[in-house]
Design a protein around this ligand. Structure first.
Ligand code: UTP
Length: 413
């Protein structure tokens, strides 16, 4: 553990000495806790709160060109063949699932992790239960062959997530195939880059985004576990899409047949202005262009069929070749600066829970990993059957909209 002097020297490098302001008031446990946090955190990201620094470090976008997606008719035509290939890989133990559940779900506004949210109407239907039931569908199709199920949590929700699964008997999943790992945290700061304190002995932190998942998995020794189990493909997905298919054999088979380094489930955009990132090539490599980066020209551009050229949005369900993930593991991903509500301790010792954003969090994103890969297969899915994200309580991408979509798929709520 670092000493007080070492901690102070580290903080001085990034102008954050105020973190130790209450040090003398703390008991021994509090002192140790604070020093450990200072030792573990990377404060250099806080410089990005300054827009000038941000502009300097954000690489300009490369040349954007279309990337052809595999569309529904082509998938339908080859479905049985892809499925057979995918199931063979699953039965051979080559496919693992990775649930990204380290986020804070602030928009949903529940105190518990998002996976514990109950979307049921007449009986409980937890988000986690939906995900596990969807995975079990595939286990059954693969003659009972279990799919190793990795769950990424963060310091803020790890214990309660584990407890919840245990309490519910893992919703029928064999617990010996469930592996937890924690992602890293990043400091959170005000608009001037000054880190907030959550308690006198605790720096305000938040999970550092979903982009570090493979590095965190490696740190937890689980990449070694992948080797031991013979896993060659990892299907990585968000916690909040209650309709998504996990380790979908058709998707797995298509990527294997097309020999791509990764694949992404995509949905046809409802309009060129829909707020989803679209698959594309950037300087010839697969990439995702955010809706706010789309120029009027890109929105207008058509492909050979006369359809919009950037017509397929990502839904945070990716499949990666494990070997290719290892190749890019040490690449530095862009750090995104996100405005959020950050609870903090004010100078008078009051705990403040802000109603509106009051500062920045720093995140790396899984979508930036796609650009590091040599090839990517965008794979179309029917949004009514596979895309019911829960970000908000009401309105767009909400509990309400997801319930309607679930009902449309015959899921009892
Ligand atoms: P979101 O972008 O929806 O973020 O995450 P969030 O933090 O959960 O929700 P808001 O923005 O505060 O409302 C997309 C997926 O990535 C995971 C989330 O759990 C979700 O599955 N995620 C996000 C992580 O695993 N770690 C993170 O640091 C952030």
């Amino acid at each position: 553990m670092i000493t007080y002097e070492e901690a102070m020297a580290k903080l001085q490098q990034d102008g954050q000495e105020h973190v130790l302001a209450y040090y003398d008031e703390l008991d021994e446990a509090g002192k140790q806790h604070l020093l450990k946090q200072i030792e573990e955190l990377d404060f250099s990201v806080l410089a990005l709160a300054d827009p000038k620094v941000r502009r300097k470090t954000t690489a300009a976008r490369g040349k954007i060109t279309p990337l052809t997606a595999m569309e529904l008719p082509e998938i339908e035509e080859n479905k049985e063949h892809f499925k057979a290939t995918g199931l063979e890989a699953i039965r051979a133990g080559k496919v693992g699932a990775v649930l990204l559940a380290g986020g804070m779900g602030t928009r949903l506004g529940s105190d518990n992790p998002k996976c514990m949210y109950d979307i049921g109407i007449t009986h409980p239907v937890f988000i986690m239960q939906r995900l596990i039931e969807n995975t079990l569908d595939v286990v059954r199709e693969a003659d009972g062959h279990m799919i190793p199920f990795f769950i990424m949590t963060s310091k803020k929700n790890d214990a309660v997530t584990r407890e919840f699964l245990k309490e519910h008997d893992y919703f029928g999943y064999d617990p010996s195939f469930v592996y937890f790992f924690e992602q890293e945290m990043a400091p959170a700061c005000d608009y001037n880059g000054r880190v907030y304190m959550e308690e006198k002995d605790t720096i305000a932190t938040s999970p550092n985004g979903n982009g570090g998942w493979f590095t965190s998995m490696n740190r937890a020794g689980l990449v070694d576990t992948c080797h031991e189990l013979g896993i060659e493909y990892l299907n990585c997905f968000a916690v909040d899409n209650v309709l998504q298919r996990i380790a979908d054999p058709v998707f797995v088979g298509a990527m294997i047949e097309k020999k791509c380094a990764c694949a992404s489930k995509v949905v046809r955009k409802v309009s060129p202005d829909e707020k989803v990132g679209a698959m594309c090539l950037e300087d010839g490599k697969p990439s995702i262009i955010e809706y706010y980066d789309m120029t009027p020209e890109l929105k207008e551009e058509k492909n050979g069929k006369g359809d919009p050229a950037y017509n397929f949005g990502v839904i945070l369900n990716y499949l990666f070749s494990e070997k290719d993930l290892e190749k890019i593991m040490n690449e530095k991903l862009t750090v995104h600066v996100v405005e959020k509500k950050i609870p903090y301790l004010d100078p008078f010792g009051n705990h403040i829970k802000p109603e509106s954003p009051n500062g920045y969090k720093f995140e790396q994103l899984i979508l930036d990993m796609i650009h590091e890969m040599d090839s990517c297969l965008p794979f179309e899915v029917d949004r009514k059957r596979e895309f019911a994200p829960i970000k908000n309580r009401t309105g767009v991408d909400s509990v309400e909209s997801a319930r309607e979509l679930c009902k449309g798929c015959g899921i009892s709520l």
